[in-house]
Design a protein around this ligand. Structure first.
Ligand SMILES: NC(=O)c1ccc[n+]([C@@H]2O[C@H](COP(=O)([O-])OP(=O)(O)OC[C@H]3O[C@@H](n4cnc5c(N)ncnc54)[C@H](OP(=O)(O)O)[C@@H]3O)[C@@H](O)[C@H]2O)c1
Length: 295
């Protein structure tokens, strides 16, 4: 049985409780398994690697043979996640406790990325948060902090990783954008739109030097994201929700194929195409409907 089949088998077991499924994710497989994909060597840095999509990237890259550097703000959770990943996959996991919304935090991660003695082969620029504040609010600090985290730090880390990878002639940068970047849903959409365009530009800049860049556009994914931002999700139908694991598997498959954008599942590919090509008044109407259900 492959490792992927083993995981699906456990997760799908009839009557399994959510706690049992969560515990099984960390259990070591009891059979010898062949890697599902070619093994990537070297280290991967995952920002926001302790939860949701970032944790799914950390697991998938560990499964492919990468050692990890996890970056997040909360030290205890970082240590716990690192211990679990290293035990589960037999890899080395470094942790970097840093608030990437600050210049100091981003500089610490950039310094690690640029270290020639400990090369990082894959950067996953994933740390992010929801922004649920009106654009014309008197206090713009929440918007500014979101820009610092999801634009400034992505730029700083991308520059550090891109420069080091270009010098070595290989590497991959995965930036987590969003389907929301294709529609006008406030500051978050504007930020993720930047990530998407930035990624495509970086791919053009570095592609000739052996560095791959991928922009991932998840749809709605069940993580801590919405609760942290105080976004109501009851109006979002069940069939629209994605698992972080699926988003990440599709992203890594798209990276293998040399793509620049990755949108997981047919339903979100269709929605993304509609958002990109439908008449803008229709896109604004649909966006207003989605917004109305979330406030
Ligand atoms: N969930 C969705 O529906 C969805 C859809 C589209 C795109 N996305 C994007 O996917 C990415 C991951 O989101 P998620 O849903 O996995 O969210 P999540 O479950 O809330 O995880 C966020 C991760 O980022 C870290 N983080 C947050 N702020 C940070 C900061 N200032 N500095 C360093 N690390 C920070 C968190 O750890 P600490 O709290 O310890 O720092 C955590 O590890 C984000 O870029 C988000 O915009 C999510």
């Amino acid at each position: 049985m492959t490792r992927a089949a083993w995981t699906i088998g456990v997760a799908g077991a009839a009557g399994a409780t959510a706690a049992a499924v969560a515990a099984a994710r960390w259990a070591r497989p009891t059979v010898e398994v062949a890697p599902a994909r070619p093994v990537l060597h070297g280290q991967a840095m995952v920002t926001g690697g302790t939860s949701g999509i970032g944790l799914a990237f950390a697991r998938a890259l560990a499964e492919r043979g990468c050692d990890l550097v996890l970056v997040a703000r909360h030290g205890e959770r970082l240590k716990k996640t690192a211990g679990q990943l290293s035990w589960r996959y037999g890899i080395t996991v470094e942790t970097l406790e840093a608030d990437l919304a600050t210049r100091e935090g981003a500089a610490a991660a950039a310094e690690r990325l640029a270290d020639p003695d400990r090369p990082i082969e894959v950067l996953v620029n994933n740390a992010g948060k929801g922004v649920h504040v009106p654009l014309a609010a008197e206090d713009t600090s929440e918007h500014e902090a979101s820009i610092d985290l999801m634009i400034r730090s992505v730029l700083i880390l991308g520059a550090a990783a891109g420069g080091a990878m270009r010098a070595r002639g290989h590497g991959a940068i995965i930036n987590v954008a969003s389907v929301a970047g294709l529609i006008p849903m406030g500051a978050y959409s504007a930020i993720k739109s930047w990530v998407d365009t930035y990624s495509e530009s970086l791919a053009m800049e570095l592609g000739g030097d052996g560095v791959q860049v991928l922009s991932v556009r998840p749809g709605w994914v069940r993580t801590e994201f919405h609760e942290r931002a105080g976004i109501r999700t009851t109006s979002i139908p069940d069939f629209l929700w994605l698992d972080a694991e699926r988003v990440v598997e599709d992203a890594l498959a798209d990276l293998d194929r040399g793509k620049i954008h990755s949108t997981s599942t047919l339903r979100f590919k269709v929605l993304a195409a509609a958002a990109a090509h439908a008449p803008r008044p229709l896109v604004r109407w649909a966006t207003a409907k989605i917004k109305g259900g979330r406030s």
